[in-house]
Design a protein. Structure first.
Length: 376
């Protein structure tokens, strides 16, 4: 930080001038062009929307280095979507396409916008929208170029390290999936049993998404699962005791994106979902869970054939799933291996996810420190 302090003392000891975004940026929105997914021709050009790359297409709308700013509410209000592009890309009409000008560094602009609170500039309620009219009024600090370059150098070091860790994490995920599929491939059909025969199927609770939101509290001891990654933690008494499962179980995400989740604390789920509990001492429930993960793609295809608008499974679809049950010692050996892989790639408290989170927090801390200027 001492070099930054020296540069600020040398080039802008009295503070930094802030200018409206439209005075230091060129806005290339007029080149944007949305393309329906059914009309996209597969290619190598990234197709950008409000939440990063949505697809790869043939052709392009822009070429060069640009900063992309989410236009509508598909981006999170608390972590507004700011992206940086290089080379050729295709931009749809859900992002603003801007490039710095008049002595402003593009990368400096990128880091500064990532550090911004966009809430005061948004309109439209839940589907918050950042209009061009509002965006151009955002004030951007314009320190001298040597100061910008040094700040960018520091912050890019953090983002590059985070990107390297994410690449490594993706490689480990592929490795994990490969070993999981290999370890859970069985040829002996005599060891297969239907899931409905080896497990008890649990019902959920009648609750709406809005009610889940109202009941949620940070230290709730009962977790309620809905579709996707939506959960609510609630206190005892918030839902009927008969709707709470107290033993380790496997939750079936049966709508939209099909999936399974293993959970070993008190829980329930919306009543359109279901879960399985296995109490047979010769069956390791975690083993069954890992095997079910290998069936997700097949079940997703099945769900789509039943309902194109919102893919949906029925209880017989999972009840009748054939599950291999090798000797318990083999189940436990496989679970021990896969638990280590799972922790490495998914556990946010250890392994690569924890390291990525730490680097991201470190970057955010320094970004906030480096991009706060005294105004002239």
């Amino acid at each position: 930080m001492s070099k930054i302090d020296d540069l600020i003392a040398q080039y802008c000891p009295n503070g930094v001038e802030y200018k409206k975004l439209n005075n230091v940026c060129d806005i290339a929105n007029n080149k944007r062009k949305p393309v329906k997914s059914t009309l996209r021709i597969p290619g190598k050009t990234p197709y950008y929307g409000a939440n990063n790359i949505q697809d790869y297409v043939d052709g392009f709308t822009h070429e060069g280095n640009y900063v992309l700013v989410a236009e509508d509410g598909s981006a999170s209000l608390d972590n507004y979507s700011i992206q940086y592009t290089k080379g050729k890309f295709w931009a749809n009409n859900h992002i603003h396409v801007i490039k710095s000008a008049n002595g402003l560094s593009n990368r400096f602009l990128f880091h500064y916008l990532r550090n911004m609170n966009f809430r005061p500039f948004l309109s439209g309620g839940e589907r918050a929208k950042l209009t061009k009219t509002k965006m151009i009024t955002i004030l951007i600090p314009t320190p001298p170029l040597p100061v910008q370059q040094e700040i960018v150098k520091i912050l890019d070091t953090f983002t590059e390290l985070e990107a390297e860790l994410e690449v490594e994490l993706e490689a480990r995920k592929k490795q994990y999936k490969y070993y999981r599929d290999e370890l859970l491939s069985f040829d002996d059909k005599s060891i297969f049993n239907e899931l409905g025969d080896i497990a008890v199927r649990n019902k959920g609770t009648s609750i709406t998404a809005s009610k889940m939101k109202d009941l949620h509290c940070d230290h709730g001891v009962i977790r309620i699962f809905a579709g996707g990654n939506t959960v609510a933690d609630v206190n005892e008494g918030a839902i009927p005791n008969k709707d709470i499962t107290l033993v380790p179980s496997i939750i079936v995400k049966s709508r939209g994106y099909i999936g399974f989740e293993y959970y070993d604390k008190p829980f329930s789920h919306k009543n359109e979902l279901w879960s399985y509990s296995i109490v047979n001492k010769n069956i390791d429930q975690k083993f069954v869970y890992y095997y079910l993960l290998t069936q997700v793609n097949r079940l997703q295809r099945l769900a789509r054939t039943k309902s194109v608008k919102l893919p949906q499974l029925a209880t017989p679809d999972t009840d009748r799933l054939k599950i291999p049950i090798p000797p318990l010692a083999e189940q436990e050996r496989i679970v021990a291996i896969l638990d280590k892989f799972d922790a490495l790639v998914n556990d946010i408290t250890i392994g690569l996810p924890a390291e990525i989170t730490a680097r991201r927090q470190q970057y955010e801390y320094y970004r906030n420190q480096l991009l706060t200027f005294k105004e002239v």
